[in-house]
Design a protein around this ligand. Structure first.
Ligand code: SPD
Length: 368
């Protein structure tokens, strides 16, 4: 495996972008004990004017929640997580107070299978008509009975091009001893194991024990080179501030970091990388399911969806919102995917019984 960073061959998917604006939320670790009070829980009576949203950090626009509260009179409380596994763990540990959650593709499948989420009542979500057909009927929920898409993006490498030069367009630099202590990886088991699998030429969804063993060994080789494992919103400032030179990030964080900083660059490495969609679901036992449907309908409004993606720098699955997306953002290579990039991206899927193995490997690698 090549560890050298070549300046000759690289895939530059995004140059410097002159787009202003950034978001910052606090990652909450507090359990939500705000379980159903009187009037909630689908018991037939009118619901309290409350909604508990459990979402990824930095994943709403400034206007998203206030405009919902003004329109409906429903007050929103928010908790935040940094990975799908954190979200699932919290729900499995008994957190019952949430009305809307935002799991990614494979996690929707896991949650449907585990009976964690409830069917949506589409008659209460007229704005579902705005979703582009490419984002409906996907394998993890073929009839969108349980989920509707929120935003989508890719996962790649944000790096300081001025300091380290052009990357070679592969995952290899994240394993390069030259950058010891200058690399931050995602604390996301499927994405980080995925980076190792992609680099070895395997699928992010492999169930092959030999391939997984190779990926495990590769991550154990990499571990001493790392500054650590972080959530994507933490990797962004590490790279922006020069605390690390290379960061494994979700695309929105990369685009936010590039804004106004011509030294930085983002690549979607070869041979493969992840393309993901995050989705809105209502957990079983949600105290305010009617309000949850109203919130999902709000997000799927064309104007609300456009403001959301114009602020977070992620992509919208809302076809009606597309004309309102900031052209400076929309036209960036790496934001609107070219067919060449699109065809080499993989969607992370539920690996069923192998999930435990993926989790075991990542836990061991992190504690090595
Ligand atoms: N700050 C919000 C990030 C949301 C990213 N979802 C990514 C899922 C990757 N599999």
């Amino acid at each position: 495996m090549q560890r050298r960073v070549s300046r000759g061959r690289f895939l530059k998917t995004l140059g410097a972008a002159g787009i202003a604006g950034s978001t910052l939320s606090i990652l909450s670790c507090q359990p939500n004990t705000n379980a159903a009070g009187g009037g909630g829980g689908g018991g037939g009576g009118p619901e309290e004017k409350e909604l508990a949203l459990y979402n990824w950090s930095d994943y709403v626009a400034k206007s998203t929640i206030p405009s919902f509260e003004e329109k409906t009179g429903i007050q929103v409380t928010q908790d935040f997580y940094g990975s799908n596994e954190d979200l699932l763990g919290k729900l499995q540990a008994g957190a019952t107070g949430y009305d809307v959650i935002v799991p990614s593709d494979y996690m929707v499948a896991v949650m449907i299978k585990s009976d964690v989420v409830q069917k949506l009542d589409k008659s209460k979500i007229p704005n579902a008509k705005n979703v582009g057909e490419d984002y409906l009927g996907l394998s993890y929920d073929p009839n969108n009975e349980y989920s509707l898409p929120y935003q989508w993006g890719t996962t790649g490498i944000l790096y300081n091009r001025k300091e380290v030069g052009e990357l070679d367009g592969t995952w290899d630099p994240l394993w390069d001893p030259e950058f010891e202590g200058q690399i931050a990886m995602l604390s996301d088991s499927r994405e980080t194991l995925g980076a190792a699998l992609y680099r070895l030429g395997y699928s992010v969804n492999t169930k092959d024990d030999d391939e997984l063993a190779e990926a495990e060994a590769s991550l154990k080789d990499q571990q001493p080179l790392l500054r650590g494992y972080f959530i994507s919103t933490e990797v962004r400032p590490l790279v922006q501030n020069g605390d690390v030179q290379l960061g494994h990030v979700y695309s929105g964080d990369a685009f936010l970091a590039l804004a106004g900083n011509e030294d930085l660059d983002y690549i979607i490495p070869k041979p493969r990388a992840s393309r993901w969609t995050d989705n809105m679901c209502i957990p079983n036992g949600a105290p305010h399911p009617d309000n949850a449907h109203k919130f999902i309908n709000h997000i799927l409004d064309a104007g609300v969806g456009a403001k959301l993606s114009n602020y977070t720098y992620y992509n919208t699955p809302n076809a009606a919102a597309l004309p309102k997306i900031n052209p400076a953002l929309k036209n960036l290579p790496g934001y609107t995917l070219t067919p060449e990039i699109f065809e080499r991206l993989e969607v992370i899927e539920d690996v069923g019984a192998k999930t435990r193995k993926y989790e075991r490997i990542f836990t061991e690698v992190r504690s090595a």
